[in-house]
Design a protein around this ligand. Structure first.
Ligand SMILES: [Fe+2]
Ligand SMILES: [Fe+2]
Length: 471
């Protein structure tokens, strides 16, 4: 297994130089990517040296190298996890067959659609976050933002390699379109709803990296099981990078909560707003919004597409190979809560049709762990408040719950009750403008904004005070 070849224009561990046609196609796409980065990537800061990690190998240990880099000079490349010896398809109708090294003709359209949909989220998130550098609460946070941004750019490269390498002319056209759609653009939006939502303050950024990047984690886990081996290996390495994005989100929210608790303790009789902190209720409402929006990303609860993808062996369950279950999933049923005559009742659906919901189950339980972490911070500070995860039926725009209203616990409610309560449940204009008012940059080395606590430690064993960005 060759390591990563950095002597090439496009760093890679797929021996790109032995496939001249593919190499030329990707090298032709590269300047278009850089143009897109300069136009739609982080606004400003492209001439600053940022302390970033770059992949130097694909082993679990020691895969990353840290150094100062200007973002446009970041070595975006194509890195696949090591192949598994004689890997076989682990689920669906082709279970036991050798994994495919090429795209099977009959599944070409489905696979292209899955890859394009995943690919589209990567540049979208960079676009959504492009203005945040101007209001970063510290150099540490500024660096983390840019780390996430360059790695989302790399994830786009990962998917574009698959499109160029395995889908011929169609794939090349899709790769061009990935640089043409724009997050939030009414005429030419990104494919999925959440990736068109504005993300213009740091509380939203931390919620996005907690809840939306975690959707990404589960999509990647299910695609890492794919019978298409290059897709599986691509996703396995992306997961290594993804972990840091969720760390940024989870600890970021934790630090906002920590700071609010400190202010509450120091001034028990004051509104934290007077002290420049973010009230816990507002944090909860931001969580409610981003979590419910990200729930939609898993798709409909009952889905023939999901069934087809599973049957075909192209998209499995998260950690399918490690699960002690019937990997064919031909016989089981899933008991789903459905609305009938204004009430929730259980209805059994064939297991294969419930694959989106099964993946969402895993996502919800991961999110629950995050809430436990937030509540521990409250406990430690002796604060009574409790964070709660909104029920998966809350505030949905996709799937069987989207035609109805539900409260935070998932109970059906009428439109009038929704309208009356929703300002307490999702961020109001007032919440947003208050949070926005706190978003002033703190770019001085070793300093931090007043609405967030410093991290417990810095990056790569450096202190929080380290010069993560040279301004
Ligand atoms: Fe990503
Ligand atoms: Fe990510």
């Amino acid at each position: 297994m060759p390591g990563i070849d950095y002597s090439q224009k496009i760093p890679n561990n797929v021996d790109l130089k032995s496939d001249k046609r593919l190499q030329r196609a990707l090298e032709a796409w590269q300047p278009n990517y850089i143009d897109w980065w300069r136009e739609m990537g982080p606004s400003d800061f492209n001439e600053n040296e940022i302390y970033l990690r770059t992949a130097v190998g694909v082993d679990r240990e020691g895969w990353a190298h840290f150094d100062y880099v200007k973002m446009p000079d970041y070595r975006w490349g194509i890195f696949l996890a090591e192949p598994e010896h004689e890997r076989r398809i682990g689920f669906g109708d082709h279970m036991g067959d050798p994994a495919w090294q090429q795209v099977p003709g009959e599944y070409r359209n489905w696979l292209r659609r899955i890859i394009v949909t995943q690919a589209d989220t990567e540049p979208a998130s960079v676009e959504q976050q492009r203005l945040l550098g101007h209001t970063a609460p510290s150099l540490y946070d500024l660096r983390n933002l840019f780390q996430v941004n360059v790695e989302e750019g790399r994830h786009l490269w990962a998917m574009v390699y698959l499109l160029h390498g395995f889908f011929g002319r169609d794939g090349r056209e899709e790769a061009e379109e990935l640089l043409e759609r724009r997050s939030g653009n009414a005429d030419h939006p990104r494919i999925l709803g959440t990736f068109n939502e504005p993300c213009q303050d740091w509380l939203s950024f931390f919620c996005f990296t907690t809840y939306t990047d975690r959707d990404g984690k589960f999509q990647l886990l299910s695609l890492a099981e794919s019978g298409l081996d290059p897709l599986s290996r691509t996703c396995r390495f992306m997961l290594t990078e993804e972990a840091h994005h969720m760390f940024v989100g989870q600890t970021g929210l934790g630090r906002v909560i920590e700071r609010t608790c400190q202010l509450m303790k120091e001034h028990p009789n004051k509104d934290v707003r007077e002290l420049g902190g973010i009230p816990l209720e507002i944090i909860q409402r931001y969580i409610n919004f981003w979590c419910s929006s990200s729930n939609d990303l898993f798709g409909g609860e009952v889905s023939s597409n999901a069934s087809n993808f599973f049957s075909a062996g192209i998209k499995g369950r998260a950690n399918e190979a490690k699960l002690d279950v019937d990997h064919g999933a031909t016989e089981g049923v899933y008991a789903l809560d459905v609305m009938e005559e204004g009430r929730l009742t259980k209805k059994e659906v064939p297991l294969r049709n419930a694959m989106n919901e099964i993946l969402r189950d895993e996502y919800v339980s991961d999110n629950e762990k995050g809430i436990v972490y937030f509540n521990k911070i409250l406990d430690k500070n002796g604060v009574d408040f409790r964070f709660r995860l909104p029920n998966r039926r809350f505030n949905r725009s996709i799937g069987i719950y989207s035609d109805f209203h539900f409260d935070l616990q998932g109970n059906p409610i009428d439109a009038e009750t929704w309208n009356r309560n929703s300002p307490d449940w999702i961020p109001s204009d007032e919440d947003k403008s208050y949070v926005k008012s706190l978003m002033v940059p703190c770019h001085e080395q070793g300093k931090i904004a007043g609405w967030i606590a410093p991290p417990a430690k810095g990056i790569n064993q450096n202190a929080f005070e380290y010069e993560y960005v040279k301004l």
